[in-house]
Design a binder for this molecule. Structure first.
Ligand code: BDR
Ligand code: CA
Length: 319
C-alpha cells in the first residue's frame, strides 16, 4: 500500500452521493497518506443534493478532517428527472449511525465551478477524479470545458454492470441508470477511465465478522461505520439471499491504493441512453467483437480478503 518514499500524495477529487458505501470510501480516502483529497463534490443520487452535501460535511468531520472542502453540485441528472434510493440507504442516505449535526457547511461555490477551475489550473494528467455516484457533476464540467480532460490522470468510478445484469433495472446499475447521459460523456472524454462495476463489487461481500472487527476498533469512526454498514447491507442480503452485501464505492479507493488487488480488461464500453427497455445499460465489448475503440479499463475481479484488510487498516487510522 505504501507509496515510494519520495512520492507526493496523489491529488484526487471525490465526487459522491453519500450513501453509506460512499461514506466508507470517503473515510478510507481521508485516512490514506498516499492520497491528497483536494475536495469533495456532492451530487444528487442516493438522496437529494441537500442531503448528500450535508452528509459529506458530516463525514469530513467524523474523520477529523473538517478542513477538506465540500462543494454542492448538480441537483438533478443532465437530461432527466432524479431517481433516488432511500429504500436502500434510508431517509438521510447514511442511516444506521448516530452522528452529530455538521458544524461545517458546503462551500458557497458550485461544485462544477470549483472542479473545473481546479482541474484547468493543474498540470497535464495531474488530477484523479473518483465518481462514486451519478456522474452529472463530472459530465457537466467536461461538456463546458472539454479541455479539462488533458489534466485528468484518470477517472476511477464505481458504476455499471454487464455480466451480472443490473441492480436497478434488469440491465442497469444505479449510478449509470440515474444519469446515463453523463456516464456516456465521461466514457468518451478522452481521459483514461477505470470502471469498477457491480460485476466486481459483488465478488467482495461483507461479513458479520468484518463489520464486528470495525466496530471493535472502539473509535467513533469504527462504531459509526459498523452501524451504517449493518443498516446498508440489510437491503442486499434480503434481495440477493446472500450472507453479506457488496460494499461498492470503497473499491474505487482500494483500486487507487492497491491496483494489484484487481483484474480487468481494456475494452469498449458504451451506455444506452435511448431505449426505455435498456436505459442505462453499460454495453461492454469484452470479447472485442466490434471495431469500437477501447475507452475503459473494465474491472471484473478483486482479492476480497485483500480489499477488506486494506479497508480495516485505513479505518483504524481514524479517530
Ligand atoms: C451504487 O449506487 C449507490 O446506491 C451506491 O452508493 C453505489 O455508488 C451501487 O449501484
Ligand atoms: Ca454512491
Amino acid at each position: 500500500m505504501s507509496a515510494p518514499p519520495d512520492a507526493s500524495p496523489r491529488p484526487i477529487i471525490i465526487d459522491t452521493d453519500p450513501g453509506q458505501d460512499d461514506a466508507i470510501a470517503i473515510l478510507a480516502a481521508l485516512a490514506a497518506p498516499e492520497l491528497a483529497v483536494l475536495g469533495i463534490t456532492a451530487v444528487a443520487g442516493n438522496v437529494p443534493l441537500e442531503l448528500t452535501a450535508r452528509n459529506a460535511c458530516i463525514l469530513v468531520e467524523l474523520a477529523g478532517r473538517p478542513e477538506v472542502p465540500v462543494f454542492a453540485g448538480c441537483d438533478r441528472p443532465l437530461r432527466r428527472d432524479l431517481v433516488t434510493a432511500e429504500h436502500v440507504h434510508g431517509k438521510t442516505g447514511i442511516d444506521g449511525a448516530e452522528l452529530p449535526e455538521p458544524v461545517t457547511a458546503p462551500q458557497p461555490r458550485h461544485a462544477v465551478e470549483w472542479m473545473t477551475e481546479t482541474v484547468l489550473a493543474a498540470g497535464e494528467r495531474e488530477i484523479t477524479i473518483c465518481p462514486l455516484g451519478p456522474m452529472t457533476n463530472v459530465a457537466t464540467m467536461l461538456e463546458a470545458a472539454p479541455e479539462a480532460a488533458r489534466n485528468i490522470r484518470e477517472i476511477v468510478c464505481m458504476g455499471g454492470g454487464f455480466f451480472g445484469g443490473g441492480n436497478t433495472t434488469p440491465v442497469a446499475e444505479f449510478n449509470v441508470f440515474v444519469d446515463p447521459d453523463a456516464a456516456q460523456i465521461v466514457l468518451h472524454c478522452g481521459a483514461p477511465v477505470t470502471m469498477l462495476p457491480q460485476d466486481v463489487t459483488h465478488k467482495a461481500l461483507m461479513t458479520d465478522a468484518w463489520i464486528n472487527r470495525v466496530r471493535g476498533l472502539g473509535t467513533r469512526t469504527g462504531v459509526a461505520a459498523a452501524g451504517m454498514l449493518e443498516f446498508y447491507e440489510r437491503y442486499d442480503v434480503d434481495k440477493y439471499g446472500t450472507t453479506g452485501g457488496p460494499l461498492h464505492d470503497p473499491n474505487v479507493i482500494a483500486y487507487l491504493l492497491r491496483p494489484d488487488l484487481y483484474e480487468g480488461r481494456h475494452c469498449n464500453v458504451e451506455v444506452e441512453t435511448d431505449s426505455p427497455l435498456t436505459l442505462g445499460m453499460t454495453v461492454v465489448d469484452w470479447w472485442g467483437v466490434t471495431d469500437r475503440p477501447s475507452n475503459c479499463h473494465y474491472i471484473t475481479d478483486v482479492d476480497s480478503n485483500g480489499f477488506y484488510n486494506l479497508l480495516y487498516t485505513l479505518l483504524a487510522r481514524l479517530p
